[in-house]
Write a protein that binds this ligand. Structure first.
Ligand SMILES: *[C@@H]1O[C@H](CO)[C@@H](O)[C@H](O)[C@H]1NC(C)=O
Length: 353
């Protein structure tokens, strides 16, 4: 074993009175310097970011590197936490010490250590949910030594702007969380909105993001969207009051387990008829998030306006053509018509679970 050099320097104000006049801030201070042969334990994530999708299994990498001069590990503790979207707190995910293992909250029964070697602290998460998106911290504690690494879990998916039947700018932050959830989605993060903007999202209504800020993406600067002379970018209203301020929301969703489809039916339907027709087909009326996921991730294309669960009428176009969104691939929105109008078809969703 290589001896570890520990050098302690104590400067007491009495013994170092001339130092004290030279460096008054050192007076009464006691400085302890500890020199060692570098850190004896370090923790690394071989990849800082892992990309997966809803429903898949993922491994968050975390490798322990221990100095060989260290005595064989007695009790190494491995702890995984998740950073909240505002990065202010951490949520427990998993803890392992010796043979004791514990998983927490929504991760219960879905997480375990990969354990390919004693130095492997990688975490496996099965059946990924939208809420699993975010940053995770791997922390290893070995006696007095301690190391951490951070890994981001990114999900393939789609961001969409949303407001409910109530109309524009009617959601406080908590309403916004519910609104996305009701459409099979979560509130998007700023990173997800940024990616969507890079892919061409241009939307002139401000919406909540998961960190409690309110922003919107602009590709073509124009007067009603922050000004004609601004550069393209994401306009940021900053952090807003989560209870009192009301905006739209940007939702995020990923792949689903199920089948999204347009119901073939002999006549046009009212909203209630659409709900019943889907049920009769062994399905449910589809949610807005499911239409966006089918359109963006599976290339779904249908030029028929149909009812969705929130009472809106939309249709997804992947191949722009005359009379069907001629200029761009998009989910077209016909608003929230009178639910009694017998004018539209129905989009249904059959879950595979
Ligand atoms: C995920 O892992 C579980 C258990 O280890 C397995 O049963 C399941 O088939 C896996 N799912 C996928 C999508 O690979």
């Amino acid at each position: 074993m290589i001896p570890v050099l520990i050098c302690v320097l104590i400067s007491l104000s009495a013994a170092a009175s001339d130092l004290g006049t030279l460096y008054p801030e050192l007076e009464h201070s006691r400085t302890i310097y500890i020199t060692e042969n570098g850190p004896q334990l370090s923790v690394v994530a071989e990849q800082p970011k892992v990309v997966s999708r809803r429903g898949a299994n993922v491994t968050l990498p975390c490798k322990i590197q221990r100095d060989q001069s260290l005595a064989p590990s007695r009790r190494m503790r491995i702890k995984w936490t998740k950073l909240t979207s505002d990065y202010l707190t951490e949520v427990d995910v998993f803890v392992a010490m010796d043979y004791h293992k514990r998983s927490y909250g929504s991760f219960h029964g879905r997480v375990h250590l990969q354990g390919s070697s004693p130095m492997d602290a990688s975490l496996v998460i099965t059946d990924i949910t939208l809420e699993d998106y975010g940053r995770y911290k791997c922390e290893v504690i070995d006696g007095l030594e301690d190391g951490t690494a951070v890994v981001s879990l990114d999900l393939e998916g789609v961001v969409f702007p949303y407001f409910p039947r109530l109309g524009r700018y009617n959601l406080n932050f908590y309403d916004a969380e519910r609104a996305c959830h009701n459409q099979d989605a979560i509130v998007a993060s700023i990173d997800q909105l940024y990616d969507a903007w890079q892919e061409g999202m241009d939307w002139c209504n401000a919406g909540w993001l998961s960190d409690g800020s309110v922003q919107y993406p602009v590709i073509t600067p124009r007067e009603p969207c922050g000004g004609k002379n601004m550069v393209p970018g994401i306009r940021n209203y900053g952090q807003r009051d989560k209870d009192r301020n009301h905006y739209d929301v940007f939702c995020f969703t990923s792949y689903y387990k199920g089948r999204f489809y347009y119901l073939i039916h002999p006549s046009k339907l009212t909203y209630d008829e659409a709900v019943r027709a889907c049920q009769k087909d062994g399905a449910q009326i589809a949610k807005v998030g499911q239409m966006y996921a089918a359109w963006k991730l599976l290339g779904f294309d249908r030029c028929d306006a149909g009812w969705l669960a929130d009472g809106s009428v939309r249709y997804p176009i992947s191949n722009p053509r005359r009379r069907c969104s001629p200029t761009e691939a998009a989910v077209r929105f016909n608003g929230f018509p009178d639910k009694k109008h017998k004018l539209y078809g129905a989009y249904c969703f059959k879950s595979l679970n």
